[in-house]
Design a protein around this ligand. Structure first.
Ligand code: ADP
Length: 463
């Protein structure tokens, strides 16, 4: 194959090759709806091929590729031969969209033909570029490729193949039967090809193989660069975490001193200085207390960040709901809130963060209530394809449409002191949900209420 030396983004992203099994769909092919054998087409093809045996060796092989393309109505077709030392493959004949790659080749351990010979059986590949990323450069990309080994005196000497470049052409058992029939012709044709001819194609192939190896080395280097960038990012992230830890923990101590001494000041000098001084002292204490609350919020956020990745266990969400409401007992009693729930499922998650998630959402639903009536809050759960979707519904003050996305950002608040808070609760909820590979979002009608939804993947067929 001709390497373009341009780095394809997909090569850039490729990790180590995926296992062969993951790109095979041979079994699926055998289960596709059966077609009656089409002997007529097969015989016609074979008779054309037999006539071509009088031609030059190169022409015979190209005729074979052209015939496979025609019989199969595939998008590309061809023949690959293994070199005498069995270390490389070269491609003496290709027809269709991949014709431009004729004369190319790959090392044996570096492509689908080698895998077919190793398995010694026909294989149907789907997206084989996932295992052999350099094949992304061989455009158009193959959607399905059917390859069979062919033999000379019992020894596998190459493969013949047909390829589909769109999702409409799917190979079936009848295709395989016909390819095997043409494989028998390939065995005969191979023996008719002169050694000299083979040698010529081989030297051209070797040049192209060097290109392919170069492409692989480039991909490996890019992978290394990617690994280094990931490492740098990981370290930056660590630094940031340390910074957040230092900010939230180490600042607390001096701040407490500021609060204590200002309170002392207030106690000793209240009424002894002028009225403005008293007011300044009160504002200082309030400001410092607010800062303390914010630092606590930061620390809670940091702690949740640290906790994600802990052992997930089976958690009964009915129990989690009860625990969260227990923690909110005072607010629920004071507001006269009615908090109800549907039967909730058991999920696989980390228990404490899940409780905090319920507590923050129910707590907000109590807090952001309408003054005209006691809050009514309902928690429900619905099973979708691969996840449980939980919904916490309230009939509170609601959120304006323009804020629906931003409310999850750390320290984002839509209200002032009339509703106390730090703006960290929903950011923590988002961290917890994402730590469980779920998603969180809110729907709301301003003035009428909100529904906070979040999903938890159904990891073990949760009940
Ligand atoms: P906090 O409640 O401490 O301000 P949150 O992160 O929990 O912080 O919420 C962020 C903002 O989102 C709140 O300040 C509030 O304006 C809005 N909000 C959260 N929950 C609700 C709700 N159930 N109804 C209306 N607004 C809400």
């Amino acid at each position: 194959m001709k390497s373009t030396k341009e780095e394809s983004p997909a090569v850039l992203c490729s990790d180590s090759p995926v296992p062969l099994k993951s790109i095979l769909c041979t079994e699926e092919m055998n289960q596709r709806p059966a077609r009656p054998p089409d002997y007529e087409t097969e015989n016609r093809a074979l008779s054309v091929l037999v006539q071509s045996l009088a031609d030059s060796p190169g022409t015979i092989l190209q005729k074979l590729a052209d015939t496979i393309l025609e019989v199969f109505q595939s998008h590309s077709a061809g023949l690959s031969l293994v070199t005498k030392d069995e270390k490389n493959f070269y491609w003496p004949a290709i027809a269709g969209a991949w014709k431009q790659h004729v004369g190319g080749g790959t090392p044996r351990d570096f492509g689908p033909c080698g895998d077919v010979l190793d398995c010694n059986t026909p294989l149907l590949f789907r997206h084989f570029e996932r295992r052999y990323p350099y094949l992304l450069e061989a455009t158009p990309v193959a959607k399905e490729a059917l390859l069979i080994p062919f033999y000379v005196q019992g020894k596998a000497v190459g493969t013949i193949w047909a390829m589909a470049h769109d999702d409409c052409r799917k190979f079936d058992a009848e295709d395989l039967r016909q390819l095997e029939s043409l494989g028998r012709f390939a065995s005969a044709a191979y023996q008719a090809v002169e050694v000299e001819e083979v040698q010529n194609s081989r030297s051209a192939a070797l040049n192209l193989m060097e290109d392919a190896v170069h492409a692989r080395q480039t991909a490996e280097k890019l992978n290394e660069d990617l690994r280094q960038s990931e490492e740098t990012l990981r370290r930056l992230n660590e630094d940031l975490k340390h910074f957040a830890y230092a900010a939230s923990h180490d600042l607390q101590e001096p701040l407490r001193m500021v609060i204590s001494y200002t309170q002392l000041l207030a106690r000793q000098f209240k009424g002894k200085l002028d009225g403005q001084a008293d007011q300044f002292i009160t504002c200082t204490i309030e400001g410092a207390q607010r800062m303390e609350t914010l630092l606590k919020g930061m620390r809670d956020y940091w702690l949740v960040n640290e906790r994600t990745g802990e052992q997930s266990v089976r958690v009964d969400c009915n129990r989690v709901f009860e625990a969260a409401c227990g923690n909110l007992d005072l607010q629920i009693q004071e507001s006269g809130a009615i908090v109800t729930h549907d039967p909730l499922p058991t999920v696989t998650a980390e228990e404490m963060p899940l409780e905090l998630l319920f507590q923050n959402l129910i707590g907000n639903a109590v807090k952001y209530r309408r003054q005209s009536e006691p809050p009514r809050i309902h928690v429900s759960a619905q099973k979708s394809d691969h996840a449980w979707k939980f919904s916490v519904t309230d009939k509170g003050i609601g959120i304006e449409a323009e804020h629906l996305k931003t409310v999850f950002a750390p320290f984002k608040r839509l209200h002032g002191a009339e509703y106390p808070g730090t703006g960290i609760g929903l950011a923590i909820c988002q961290k917890i949900v994402e730590g469980n590979e779920g998603r969180i979002w809110v729907e709301s009608t301003y003035g009428q209420g909100s529904v906070f939804h979040f999903t938890i993947p159904d990891k073990d067929g949760d009940i």
